[in-house]
Design a protein around this ligand. Structure first.
Ligand code: PLP
Ligand code: NAG
Ligand code: NAG
Ligand code: NAG
Ligand code: NAG
Ligand code: NAG
Length: 435
């Protein structure tokens, strides 16, 4: 059609409708939305009630005998109602999905998870009265799955890395909603202050600053956490950047995860990390067993809000879990990884100053040791799964390196990497034995 003819025809059509219908202004209620709107308001109210019941998870200081000028502060997320860091995160995801209208009173929620998010989301789903199905890797700890069932959720097991597609498919086929924590953490997690309403913001770092302030202590010099979806550490990083807080945000990454390279070298944005992934990794942390790390799509880890990244051998993180237990601290996989990173950072950055301003490092205690009793605290499991990493002898070696750092100071990662190597004969043999 010639442009002039097209414009003429369009104007004529518009004129006709305006005349015929009286006006081009229009309004209409969205048919049948009222019942859903009422349900949504009630569901959101239930979340606010839950939020009011959630007290701040406690912080605890750990003195390091070998580094008296260092204050390690655990933010104890294991004290939350569903026992892990994902309680506040699941709350935020549900709030987001309700507001966006993705969840109705008859919507089944599907989620891909390594277990912790699954149990916390199952709790939130039950709270608002919708069914929940977790799609989990077959390596997921039974204890985490028991919790899903305890909150009336169901689970489907798949091969590791296949659970993402499966969750999406199940949601599609069953007309449900795929929550997709990996991409949507980014949209759901808040990074604002509370201004007078202390419970308004669920940001974990907001809580930490309030708690330190109550103790008349300033912001920490460092915040250390690992990343699974990257949601938690990115929400902290954003908060720190937005409010100009003098805290460095430190990513503790597991041995075969691609997140370190993703943050430091901008790699793995297009290509997947599968060839580099070595099971079992540190459960709940790291990325690489499935596709490229694309921000907002497959991951919520935002590299631009991270200041520093560490890569830690998995046996060293496991040894840290064991060491923590020995000194009376019950922590899971990421807690071990976070703690050894914090010790290393402490050894590097401490000033040996005798004044009161200690080097403060906040470490997330993401969950406790209970789900890992049969795995990371089970010596047969370790010697089987970490055989190619050096097994029990190297676990013990790393534990000594950590203990030395704790008692006498010094960097446990540096010490361990010098002392805790597989023997030459081990490495030689390995090359000739299929793994
Ligand atoms: C024990 C544990 N630590 C850390 C993480 C990672 O947290 P995020 O997904 O917020 O990066 C998870 C995630 O499942 C986890 O289960
Ligand atoms: C974390 O909280 C749990 C539950 O309240 C408690 O049993 C545990 O001792 C706490 N851990 C630390 C390190 O304070
Ligand atoms: C709710 O979902 C169930 C199961 O999918 C279905 O049988 C039922 O008809 C749905 N009810 C409404 C009101 O949509
Ligand atoms: C998980 O599934 C894969 C593929 O079927 C299998 O090779 C592996 O042994 C399974 N792992 C567990 C712990 O069941
Ligand atoms: C702090 O003291 C320890 C032992 O006294 C020493 O090895 C270390 O180099 C000192 N660190 C700094 C930053 O001065
Ligand atoms: C410890 O690990 C071994 C090897 O994986 C396994 O057969 C055993 O059942 C585990 N023990 C417990 C108590 O889970």
């Amino acid at each position: 059609m010639e442009p002039m003819v097209f414009i003429f025809v369009s104007l004529t059509v518009c004129l006709f409708y305006s005349l015929a219908l009286g006006s081009h202004l229009s309004q209409a209620p969205i048919n049948g939305r009222k019942a859903e709107d009422t349900w949504r308001r009630e569901a959101i109210q239930k979340l606010w009630d839950e939020r009011k019941d959630m007290s701040y998870t406690p912080i605890t200081h750990l003195a390091i005998p070998g580094m008296p000028d260092v204050d390690i502060i655990f933010k104890n997320e294991s004290a939350s109602r569903t026992g892990n860091l994902k309680h506040r995160f699941s709350w935020a995801l549900f709030m987001w999905a309700l507001i966006e209208g993705y969840i109705g009173k008859n919507t089944t929620i599907y989620e891909a998870s390594s277990g912790n998010t699954a149990s916390s989301e199952a709790y939130m789903a039950r709270l608002i009265g919708v069914p929940f199905v977790a799609v989990v890797p077959n390596t997921t700890e039974d204890k985490k799955l028991e919790r899903v069932v305890q909150y009336d959720g169901r689970f489907i097991k798949t091969e590791i890395g296949k659970n993402f597609d499966r969750a999406q498919l199940e949601a599609q086929v069953n007309n449900g909603f795929y929550m997709n924590q990996f991409s949507n953490a980014d949209k759901a997690e808040e990074f604002h202050q509370s201004n007078g309403n202390s419970k308004e913001s669920t940001n974990v770092f907001h809580e930490i600053l309030c708690q330190l302030n109550d103790e008349k202590i300033g912001p920490p010099h460092f915040f250390v956490h690992s990343a699974g979806t990257g949601g938690t550490i990115s929400s902290v990083g954003r908060y720190v950047k937005k409010y100009l807080i003098p805290t460095e945000v430190v990513l503790a990454d597991s041995e075969f995860s691609i997140y370190y390279d993703y943050v430091v070298n901008q790699r793995f944005k297009r290509e997947g990390g599968e060839p580099y992934w070595v099971s079992p990794g540190m459960a709940g942390t790291g990325f690489g067993y499935s596709g490229p790390a694309m921000h907002g799509k497959t991951t919520s880890l935002q590299p631009s809000v991270i200041d520093l990244a560490f890569k830690v051998p998995d046996l060293a993180s496991t040894a840290a879990m064991h060491f923590l237990k020995k000194i009376g601290i019950s922590g899971g996989t990421s807690t071990g990884l976070n703690f050894i990173t914090a010790l290393s950072l402490a050894a590097q950055r401490r000033t040996n100053s005798s004044n009161n301003d200690k080097l403060r490092i906040v470490v997330l205690l993401a969950d406790n040791s209970t789900p890992y009793e049969d795995t990371y605290f089970n010596f047969s499991w370790i010697s089987e799964k970490f055989h190619s990493h050096g097994g029990i002898p190297l676990l013990k070696c790393w534990e000594r390196a950590i203990e030395h750092s704790y008692k006498h100071g010094g960097d446990p990662l540096k010490r361990g990497s010098l002392k805790c190597k597989r023997s030459f004969s081990d490495r030689y043999r390995r090359r000739h034995v299929p793994l």
